[in-house]
Design a protein around this ligand. Structure first.
Ligand SMILES: [Zn+2]
Length: 390
């Protein structure tokens, strides 16, 4: 008995299952098959009703807004069935839509998360750096579907990008119908949609301070397979330069500067890549950090190199002067040097050699506990002087 009942129940389940699977195919519109890539529309009306059926008498289930872009599932007469969030569908009047336009944009924050969908609950599939060039293909709920010039595809929070073609309309994917009776499909008098709070994002914002508005590229010398020189104590130069640059980064960020690091861990970065980061971001100053080494152990002191004297020497000498004061290393003056990171730089740039790791006195200072903080303070003061005299 129990067996028979189970059999019948199983058959019923199978039939229900088949009907559920079959229905979407039966209802599938031929146009969808004819079109290999899904058709998309962008809303051109300030507020546009979404209806449950393709008719002016269809029940209003929500609103979409100017600039919102949707995939069109089906078309019927002059109505588009659009796919909303949570896989809901609804109908909008095709008269208030246009084909979507791809808009160029620039990333305006360090490390912008790229996600699989519009919202912070979607997994991160990539990151974009400040200044990255992207194309916006669609917009939804304050999020932009993008493709970067480096080929990264996904969704980013629109708050952290600047579109090259200004779009003064904030987008929101779907809102409940207004409480006041609104029976039109195109209501210009409706108030602007509420803005989407960017608070939930993990992207960073900059602080106001004396270096606000300045872009500083910090370049910790060497890294990865390139260890640089080795100190008397056996420490690799690549490790010291990274620690120093990180202390400087924190100091300058606290002062409001926009700081870009050419590397933040023990990785190899080629010399052209380093100067490219400066060039592409239009750095106000590029500072490369190194430690010196020479056979003669009696040689000590600190030097700061320039390539183009008229462009770089002012920056180099302001920094050297202050860092020598804060670290108490001997200031041996600025000098010309034909170095790749300076030669291939289009921005004011300098390479600082923070003492000789081959000299006992210098090495003791450099590997001392207060050294990196002292360098950071010196760089900060040097930059303040440099920018105040420009
Ligand atoms: Zn070096």
């Amino acid at each position: 008995m129990i067996k028979t009942k189970l059999k019948n129940f199983g058959l019923a389940k199978l039939l229900i299952g088949l009907s559920v699977i079959a229905i979407p195919f039966v209802e599938m519109d031929q146009d969808v098959y004819a079109n290999p890539s899904p058709a998309k529309v962008t809303v051109t009306a300030t507020n546009l009703n979404v209806r449950e059926s393709p008719s002016i008498s269809g029940k209003v289930m929500g609103l979409v807004h100017k600039g919102d872009t949707f995939v069109v599932m089906k078309k019927k007469n002059n109505w588009d069935q659009i796919k909303l969030k949570n896989n809901q569908t609804g109908w909008i009047s095709h008269a208030y839509t246009a084909p979507p336009k791809n808009v160029g944009a620039t990333v305006k924050v360090d490390f912008l998360n790229v996600r699989t969908g519009p919202g912070v609950s979607n997994p991160v599939i990539g990151k974009l750096d400040w200044g990255a060039q992207i194309t916006v293909q669609a917009e939804q709920a304050g999020w932009a579907k993008i493709v970067s010039s480096s080929g990264i595809k996904g969704w980013v929070n629109e708050y952290y990008i600047t579109k090259h073609e200004p779009n003064k309309f904030h987008t929101q994917a779907f809102s409940k119908p207004p409480t006041s009776k609104n029976t039109t499909d195109h209501d210009k008098k409706s108030s602007a949609p509420a803005t989407v709070s960017p608070k939930t994002t993990t992207a960073k914002t900059t602080i106001q301070g004396p270096l606000s508005g300045k872009t500083i590229v910090l370049d910790p010398g060497h890294g990865g397979v390139d260890i640089g020189t080795t100190s008397i104590d056996g420490t690799h130069e690549k490790k010291l330069t990274l620690e120093t640059a990180k202390a400087v980064e924190q100091k300058l960020k606290n002062a409001g500067a926009h700081v870009i690091m050419t590397r933040t861990n023990d990785t190899y970065i080629s010399l052209p890549e380093r100067s490219n980061i400066s060039n592409q971001n239009g750095a106000d100053a590029f500072i490369s950090f190194h430690y010196n080494w020479i056979k003669d152990p009696s040689v000590n002191g600190m030097t700061d190199f320039y390539y183009q004297k008229s462009r770089d020497n002012e920056l180099a000498s302001h920094i050297l002067k202050e860092v020598a004061k804060t670290t108490k290393l001997e200031n041996v003056g600025t000098r010309f040097n034909n170095l790749s990171v300076l030669r291939n730089n289009s921005q004011p740039s300098t390479l600082i050699e923070l003492g000789f790791l081959s000299n006992k006195q210098d090495d003791a200072v450099v590997e001392g506990s207060a050294f990196n903080e002292n360098v950071a303070q010196g760089i900060y003061l040097g930059l303040l002087n440099y920018f105040s005299k420009k």
